[in-house]
Design a protein around this ligand. Structure first.
Ligand code: AHR
Length: 497
């Protein structure tokens, strides 16, 4: 173990809240996320409601998914919602041109998604089609979901089995409008946004949270243009998409999901840590135009993006999920928690069978990934009061480069319990921490830990519990301080009561 690292938890008068929506998820019509994931193939012998897989629902309910983004992603800007309502057999089919050219039969549409959200107890977050749709189409969707007057849209919803309005308030106006959502310039998009936003109406009981399609990675011009051109009262949120690629390159190999060496482990973490600087840059621009921090920054696509599993459809983005990915998840959620003055939401890409998934399925079988367990650990931060931390991290060096080995965040929940989430990225060395907690009175400390023998370990359908949470016994109360031995390559969440 290295020298002891002092950490101070500032518990006095917390004023900021870590929004639960930072732990949001994303479900796109992509590969086997919806079809063959949430929405069971006909004949599958698993518990179901309609065709919604209840084993997945049960798993996600345990981690309290606060919001679920749908139907895309790139798919959203090709999606025509009206094709996905009414009697299933009569719904038109379409080609999913972005993702594998599969035949989309529209059997999972608006009502099915709303039923899934209701089962999960989660807030629906819809992405409206701006790229290939019309203002009227979006406006009709809002009226269909949210109005209760006898208009044709509402009569149709009632005929389709839902008398009451669904009251959907979260609306993304386009997705990646700089890319798959229409290849627009920022200047052009902001005009388009204002036009769409004008016809995005509130209905009694539902005030819309209108969300601007934001920047790709460190494209600060996009954020600046949105903040400058769109009146603050026309936007509730602005998004940011930032993925972690092990090689750091979109062309050629992105890096393997499993079976990687320390070089790829290190570069993945180095790339993941860029999230902090990127959020800081966008937040600073937002501060210029919105000093009161009214507009939410929503990182509504993030996660590790590797090469697909060998032998799987390249358009399906199916990848395994290792302890490395769990460390990325813990680190990224710590970054978001520490930026909770501006980051009010985020969505991991994606919930099931796609990219850095929480859950993988193979016909009837289902497994929870190491990333799932991190969300399980971190749910204690949902809507808790943010407690700032002070520490200087030891370094983890590889190949002449260095990154901070330790990252952390802390909060106090409504019952007064303090939670500290700690991530040690060093694959070989434990860290000794001595935590000062001025203002925190506690009698007991407990915790849970996620780790494994190797950073490239993962869960398989034969060994689904290869990596799982365990009780953590490495934290001891010493007077009014805490002494913690944080194992190498681990995520730990401590609870002080
Ligand atoms: O999450 C996969 C894809 O990544 C989404 O469809 C798109 O928005 C992004 O480029």
């Amino acid at each position: 173990a290295q020298a002891t690292v002092p950490i101070t938890v500032q518990a006095g008068n917390p004023s900021l809240v870590i929004s639960k929506d930072i732990q949001g998820q994303f479900a796109e019509h992509l590969g086997r996320c919806i079809y063959g994931g949430f929405w069971a193939e006909p004949g599958l012998s698993v518990p179901q409601q309609g065709r919604i897989r209840l084993d997945i629902v049960e798993a996600l309910k345990k981690i309290h998914v606060p919001n679920l983004r749908w139907p895309g992603g790139c798919f959203a800007d090709t999606y025509h919602w009206h094709d996905g309502v009414g009697p299933t057999a009569q719904r038109p089919k379409m080609l999913n041109l972005w993702w594998g050219n599969t035949l989309e039969d529209n059997s999972f549409g608006t009502h099915e998604f709303m039923e899934l959200c209701q089962l999960l107890g989660t807030t629906p977050y819809l992405a409206a089609n701006v790229g290939s749709g019309t203002v009227q189409e979006m406006s009709n969707w809002m009226e269909y979901l949210n109005s209760n007057e006898d208009t044709p849209m509402v009569l149709e919803r009632r005929k389709n089995g839902h008398p009451e309005p669904y009251k959907v308030s979260w609306w993304g106006i386009g997705n990646e409008s700089w890319g798959c959502g229409g290849n627009m310039t920022a200047e052009y998009y902001t005009d388009v946004y204002k036009r769409y936003a004008t016809f995005a109406h509130d209905y009694p009981g539902t005030r819309l949270k209108k969300i601007v399609s934001g920047a790709n990675g460190d494209d600060t011009h996009w954020t600046e243009t949105c903040m400058k051109n769109i009146p603050l009262n026309q936007m509730w949120g602005l998004t940011l998409h930032q993925y972690t690629l092990p090689t750091g390159s979109w062309s050629g190999s992105k890096g393997k999901a499993t079976g990687f060496g320390e070089d790829m482990y290190f570069s993945t973490l180095r790339n993941c840590l860029k999230m902090d600087a990127i959020v800081t840059k966008h937040a600073a621009i937002m501060d210029k135009y919105d000093k009161d921090k009214k507009v939410a920054l929503l990182v509504d696509e993030w996660g590790v993006w590797t090469d697909v599993e060998p032998g799987t459809n390249p358009g399906f983005l199916y990848q395994q999920n290792t302890l490395r990915d769990a460390l990325v998840a813990g680190t990224t959620l710590n970054i978001f928690n520490n930026h909770c003055d501006r980051v009010k939401g985020a969505n991991l890409a994606q919930a099931v069978n796609v990219l850095q998934a929480l859950v993988l399925t193979d016909k009837e079988k289902m497994l929870l990934t190491p990333t799932y367990h991190v969300f399980d650990l971190y749910q204690v931060h949902q809507d808790a009061k943010f407690l700032p931390l002070q520490f200087t991290s030891p370094e983890y060096s590889f190949g002449g480069e260095k990154i901070p080995a330790l990252n952390a965040s802390a909060s106090k929940d409504k019952n007064g319990a303090v939670h500290i989430s700690l991530v040690n990225l060093d694959p070989k060395n434990a860290l000794n921490l001595e935590t000062a907690l001025p203002g925190v009175r506690f009698k007991t400390v407990t915790g849970r830990v996620l780790t494994s023998a190797s950073v490239s370990d993962y869960n398989t359908f034969d060994k689904p519990n290869n990596i799982k949470l365990a009780a953590f016994t490495g934290a001891k109360k010493r007077g009014d301080k805490l002494a913690v031995t944080l194992p190498a390559k681990s995520v730990v969440v401590l609870e002080l009561k």
